[in-house]
Structures are given as structure tokens and as C-alpha cells.
Design a protein around this ligand. Structure first.
Ligand code: FAD
Length: 502
């Protein structure tokens, strides 16, 4: 006979950075009307990582789930709009391409748009891919508008994310979480007490002598991974052989350039530099491989590559790319940097926190924590991290920066099997491979393949249904549709001033 669940009555969140407060705000909302206490413990003596300011469009689902909007968040965090990422100098010096949050062109007769586009390219009658994507068109002229609710077709719509100040975002979430009943404890976690019968964490021990019991523990203690790594000894899988960047230096500056509605990633000698435009400042950072340059050289490169006056000393961060072998062990779920880290090339860490929370709610256990739930949760997390990892590798592997040791090594590396299969199918006839739990869809892969100049051997033969002249006529109409939609937009700077100024 089916028994009633023995529900979770107490949740302890360790850590109060982006991960901790995202979890607190979301769980407080979703668990309202359940008799459960949520306590977040953090130490004001231990700094948060202080970076993590660019997101992907899925973040707007999180905003909705906690009862807020992108506009409200941008207002509270000096935020701006993000329509995608501009990649400068990745293919080779002087070359740029854009990875938009949007779709390209219209498919026809069951054949994807890009095959027709490739057909015209092959005939020497090509036009830029970006001409068929509204998000790219808006970004090119620093424009924005909320996407239409009922677009006439794919050409009239796009997706968007936000940039925000990390500390302000955590403060914003903390306010909401506490208003929804989350208890905040400022204390240093000094250890854990284990339940010898189950191997679960029974309580965390504080250095002021306090002790906090819980049924479920969420480890958001950042790279320290106090619970999942230190208490439960779950090993870390190191992927630095595939993504060798292992350090970053971050330094904000004043803004001199326009308020762009996108992140910029510029390839450098031993990695890449980010530029994240905010209302208050510009976030900059150089992600690099310490085997290829020294910290001093990285700092000097960053200083020379920022547009305004530095607003803080360089913040040096070391990391190891990879993930925990299990992100859920016993009664402890790791989120954020405690769970793993993939460099911020596509701004995926915050989205992984979000999907980690959503999946936890989807697999919500009772106090016995059925191992079957854990196993499936971990299997999905493995897939999700690996898919993102592979997408990041493509950015490096596809470079044509010949004669630069870091970039030569990235081109020469052996690829993971699943990624190799994707590239093989693209190169054969422009075919995408989509696995379960992909964070990036076909348009993202298309942006990268085309942006890096990876041309397939041929396009889909079924695209020959249309003549080149047919296609040229249809393509002109698509460009017109993008231009008409774009004409409704306003400058991003004006949108922010009118809707998102604090
Ligand atoms: P942290 O911010 O490190 O927070 C850890 C918390 O644990 C703190 O509150 C601390 O006080 C607490 N703590 C630790 N030890 C103890 C203790 N003993 N007792 C009590 N409390 C303790 N992600 C994106 O999505 N987009 C980006 O653009 C992006 N850029 C990044 C750039 C770099 C260089 C790096 C390294 C990361 C970037 N990330 C980005 C990742 C992003 O910063 C993190 O995923 C996010 O900030 C979550 O961090 P966290 O909350 O897990 O850890």
C-alpha cells in the first residue's frame, strides 16, 4: 500500500552568493504552504566570488518563477539588456561574428533555412547570415524593444537576457527570500555532523558554537565546496585537458563606449577578454591559461584592453574547469561553483544554478531521499555540463589563429566523441546533432560554425527544389521583414533610461 511521504521539514542553504540566494528565493516561493523552514547561512567575513554578471535568456523564466521581471531586476542591479555575444578576433585577428539569442530566416519544405543560405553562398551570391536574424540586427545598431507578443513569423522575434551587478543581484534576491520567510544567519561554518546510520549530513556546526540541523542541505559555498567536497568527499572531475584556461583577472572600469545590448568576448594571446556593459560601469576580465602567460602579463593585457578608467584593483581568480562526480550526494545538493565550473564564455554558470534548482524541485525528495531520484538527477546534470563543455570547446577548436602557441594547441586537441560526431555531421552536409539536455539549440551552433568559417562539404540536396533566383527573391523578403521589425526598436540606452533606471 502506498504510504504518505515523510516530507522535508528543514532546508539549510550554506552560502549566500548568487547560488545561495537564487536557491533561497526560488525554494521559498515554491514551498510556500508547506511546513518547511529554510535557513541560509553565510559568513560576511568570506567574500563571494564577485563576478558572474552575464546571463542567458532562460534567466527570465527564473525571474517569472520568483514573481519578478527582467525590467525590475535591471532596475535593482544597474542592469542592461543582452541580445547575445559578439566574438572578436576568435576566428582570426580583425574578424568578428555575433552569437544572437534568436533564430535565423525561415525554413521551407522541411529544409532548414541555413541550407538555402549555404546554397547561395556556394553559388557566390551569398549575404551575411546576420541579415536574417532580428537579434543580430538590433545588436548591430545598439537597439532594443520587448519582443512582440504575437510575431507574424520567426523573423519578427528574438530572445533576450540581462547583464547585472552580481552583488546587487544577490541583495535583491536576499530581500525577496527573506520577505518570503527565509531565515538568514551570518556565521562561519566550521564543520558538519554526520548521521552515522545514513551517511547523511545531520547538522552544520558554526564557529560561534551554533549548530543547525536540517533534512536537506544545499551547498552553495563556492569553490570551497564545504559540504559536497569537504564533508562528503565527492571527487571533482577535472576537464582542464579539454578547456585549459585556469585563471581569470577581473577589473571594472568606467564606460567610454556606447551602452551595447550585448556581451563582447575578444580573443587574446592565451585566452579571451570579456566586456559586460552595465549602467554604472563596465565589467572586464581576462580568462587565460597560466601555462601560456603569467599573471602579470594577464593583468597588463587587461589594463591595456579596457576602455575607461579602472574602478578597482585587479581581482585574480584561480579555477579548475570541471564538475563534481555527483552534484547530489546523500541529502546534499551542490549548486553554483560548489557543483562545478565551466569558464564564462557563454555565461552558463548562473543558468546551471537555475536548472539545478528547477530539477531539484522536479525531483523533490522526502526525508528518506530515495537514491533513484539522486541517480537520475546526477545523470541529467552530467549530460547538461558535458553538452555545454563541448559547445565551449568548439569556440576554441575552430580558431584559425595560426602561429600562436595557445591557439595552435587548441586547434590540435583531440575532441570528445560526442562533439566530434557533431562536427563531422556539420562538415558533411550542414546537419546538426541535438542530444538531450542541450542548453544551446541549432541557431547557436550555426552561429559558431559559420562565425568560425567552418563550411560543410555541401548543403542538403533537398534545398535544390528552389533555384538560386527563387531563393534570392525569398531572401530579399526576409531581409525586409527583419528591417520592418527593427524599425520599431529604440536605442538600448533610451530603453534603459526610460524603464530601468534606479
Ligand atoms: P560564491 O559567490 O563564491 O559564494 C560562496 C558563498 O559561500 C559566500 O556567501 C561565502 O560567504 C559563503 N561561504 C564560503 N565558505 C563559508 C564558510 N566557511 N562559512 C559560511 N559561509 C561560507 N556566471 C555566469 O552565469 N555569467 C558570467 O558572466 C560569469 N562570469 C564569471 C567569471 C569568472 C571569472 C568566474 C570565476 C565565474 C563566473 N561566473 C559567471 C560564475 C558565477 O560567478 C557563479 O556561478 C555565481 O556567482 C555563483 O557563485 P556561488 O554563489 O556558487 O559562490
Amino acid at each position: 500500500m502506498m504510504a504518505a511521504p515523510d516530507p522535508i521539514r528543514s532546508i539549510v542553504i550554506a552560502g549566500g552568493g548568487t547560488a545561495g540566494w537564487m536557491a533561497a528565493a526560488a525554494l521559498a516561493r515554491r514551498l510556500e504552504r508547506h511546513a518547511v523552514t529554510i535557513i541560509l547561512v553565510e559568513s560576511s567575513e568570506i567574500r563571494t566570488i564577485g563576478v558572474g554578471e552575464a546571463t542567458v535568456p532562460g534567466i527570465r523564466d527564473y525571474f517569472r518563477d520568483i514573481g519578478t521581471t527582467g525590467t525590475e531586476v535591471m532596475k535593482a542591479t544597474n542592469g542592461t539588456v543582452k541580445l547575445g555575444i559578439e566574438f572578436a578576433d576568435w576566428r582570426q585577428q580583425g574578424h568578428r561574428f555575433f552569437h544572437p539569442f534568436g533564430l535565423y530566416g525561415s525554413p521551407s519544405r522541411g529544409v532548414q533555412f541555413h541550407h538555402y543560405w549555404l546554397k547561395l553562398q556556394a553559388a557566390g551570391r551569398g549575404t551575411p547570415l546576420a541579415d536574417y536574424c532580428l537579434a543580430s540586427a538590433l545588436a548591430a545598431d545598439n537597439l532594443f524593444m520587448p519582443p512582440p507578443e504575437a510575431p507574424q513569423n520567426d523573423l519578427g522575434t528574438f530572445d533576450w537576457a540581462v547583464h547585472f551587478e552580481a552583488a546587487a543581484f544577490a541583495t535583491f534576491l536576499a530581500g525577496r527570500a527573506q520577505a518570503d520567510g527565509v531565515r538568514h544567519v551570518d556565521a562561519r561554518i566550521a564543520g558538519t555532523e554526520m548521521d552515522s546510520a545514513t551517511g547523511h549530513i545531520a547538522a552544520i556546526l558554526l564557529n560561534d558554537g551554533g549548530r543547525i540541523e536540517g533534512d536537506l542541505f544545499i551547498d552553495c559555498t563556492g569553490f570551497r565546496a564545504l559540504l559536497i567536497g569537504q564533508a562528503l568527499a565527492v571527487p571533482y572531475i577535472d576537464w582542464s585537458d579539454l578547456l585549459p584556461c585556469d585563471r581569470a583577472v577581473a577589473m571594472p572600469c568606467t564606460r567610454a563606449d556606447p551602452l551595447t545590448p550585448y556581451t563582447r568576448s575578444t580573443a587574446r594571446a592565451a585566452g579571451w577578454q570579456w566586456r559586460i556593459p552595465l549602467q554604472s560601469r563596465v565589467g572586464n576580465g581576462y580568462v587565460y591559461s597560466s601555462r601560456h602567460i603569467s599573471d602579470d602579463e594577464a593583468v597588463a593585457t587587461l589594463r591595456a584592453g579596457i576602455e575607461g578608467e579602472a574602478l578597482a584593483d585587479p581581482n585574480l581568480i584561480r579555477f579548475t574547469t570541471g564538475k563534481r562526480a555527483q552534484v547530489w550526494a546523500g541529502n546534499c545538493i551542490a549548486l553554483g561553483l560548489a557543483a562545478g565550473f565551466l569558464e564564462p564564455l557563454e555565461s552558463t554558470s548562473i543558468t546551471l544554478i537555475q536548472t539545478g534548482i528547477e530539477r531539484l524541485l522536479d525531483f523533490w525528495p522526502d526525508r528518506n531521499v530515495d537514491p533513484a531520484l539522486r541517480t537520475e538527477y546526477n545523470r541529467i546534470a552530467d549530460d547538461e555540463y558535458q553538452r555545454i563543455r563541448d559547445f565551449l570547446i568548439l569556440h576554441y577548436w575552430g580558431n584559425q589563429r595560426h602561429g600562436e602557441p595557445f591557439w595552435d594547441a587548441m586547434r590540435a586537441q583531440a575532441l570528445p566523441h560526442d562533439l566530434q560526431r557533431k562536427i563531422d555531421l556539420w562538415q558533411s552536409r550542414g546537419r546538426f546533432v541535438r542530444y538531450l539536455w542541450e542548453s544551446f539549440g541549432d541557431p547557436s551552433w550555426l552561429s559558431l560554425y559559420v562565425g568560425l568559417g567552418l563550411t560543410p562539404r555541401h548543403y542538403d540536396p533537398l534545398a535544390d527544389f528552389f533555384t538560386e533566383a527563387d531563393l534570392e527573391g525569398a531572401f530579399a523578403k526576409m531581409r525586409d521583414a527583419v528591417a520592418r521589425a527593427k524599425a520599431l526598436a529604440i536605442p538600448h540606452e533610451r530603453f534603459i533610461a526610460e524603464h530601468c533606471r534606479n
